[in-house]
Design a protein. Structure first.
Length: 185
C-alpha cells in the first residue's frame, strides 16, 4: 500500500532556517490518517520579511510564544520516520528542512523525497499550470493556501489522485515509475 508523508513549510525570511510554520500530513495504506501543523518561532524573530508575511499572513506576534524548530523536531521526525516525503516544489521544502536541521545541529535523516509537481506532470500531461492552487482547483479541492498544514494535506490529496491516475498502488511502484524524480535529503 501507499505510505508517505506530505510536508510544507512557510518561512519568515529568505533564509532557509527561518521556518515559521511546518505542516505534515501522514498517509498510511493510501489514506490520510493525520495532519499536524506547528507554528514555529524562527531564529530571525522578531524580524519577518514583509513579502513573506504578504504570502502566508503569519506575523511575528503569532509566533512569539511558539516553540522553536529545535523544540518540535523530534515529534515531526517521528511522524515522518521511514516514510517517503512528498512536497509541492520539494526542492524548497527540503532546503528549509536541511537549513533548520543544520542550524540546530541535528543529524539529517536519510530521507527520500519526491516533488508532487513532477508527479503531477507525469500523471496529467499538458495542464496549463502545476501550482498547488491550480491543481487543487482542477480537482475541486478547497483549502487555506499558504498555511503549512493545509498545503501539506492538499499535496497529499493531489499525490494520491496522481498515483491513482498512474495506477500506482504500492511504494515499490513509486520507485519504479518515478525513480529519476526521487531525491535524498
Amino acid at each position: 500500500m501507499l505510505d508517505f508523508c506530505a510536508i510544507d513549510f512557510e518561512t519568515a525570511t529568505h533564509e532557509r532556517n527561518s521556518a515559521c510554520e511546518m505542516g505534515i500530513c501522514v498517509v498510511e495504506n493510501g489514506e490520510i490518517v493525520n495532519t499536524k501543523t506547528w507554528l514555529i518561532k524562527p531564529p530571525s524573530f522578531p524580524y519577518f520579511h514583509p513579502r513573506n508575511i504578504e504570502v502566508h499572513g503569519i506575523t511575528p506576534q503569532e509566533v512569539q510564544h511558539a516553540p522553536s524548530f529545535e523544540d518540535i523536531w523530534h515529534e515531526a521526525e517521528e511522524m515522518m520516520y521511514g516514510n517517503l516525503m512528498i512536497a509541492h516544489n520539494a526542492s524548497f521544502d527540503a532546503s528549509v528542512l536541511r537549513g533548520c536541521l543544520d542550524y540546530y545541529g541535528f543529524f539529517k535523516p536519510k530521507l527520500q523525497y519526491l516533488c508532487s509537481i513532477s508527479l503531477a506532470k507525469k500523471s496529467w500531461k499538458n495542464l496549463p499550470r502545476y501550482g498547488l492552487k491550480s491543481l487543487a482547483d482542477q480537482h475541486h479541492i478547497t483549502f487555506n493556501h499558504h498555511r503549512a498544514g493545509a498545503d501539506a494535506e492538499v499535496c497529499a490529496k493531489i499525490s494520491l489522485l496522481a498515483f491513482q491516475n498512474l495506477m500506482v498502488t504500492r511504494n515499490e511502484e513509486i520507485h519504479e515509475v518515478l525513480r529519476k524524480s526521487i531525491k535524498i535529503l
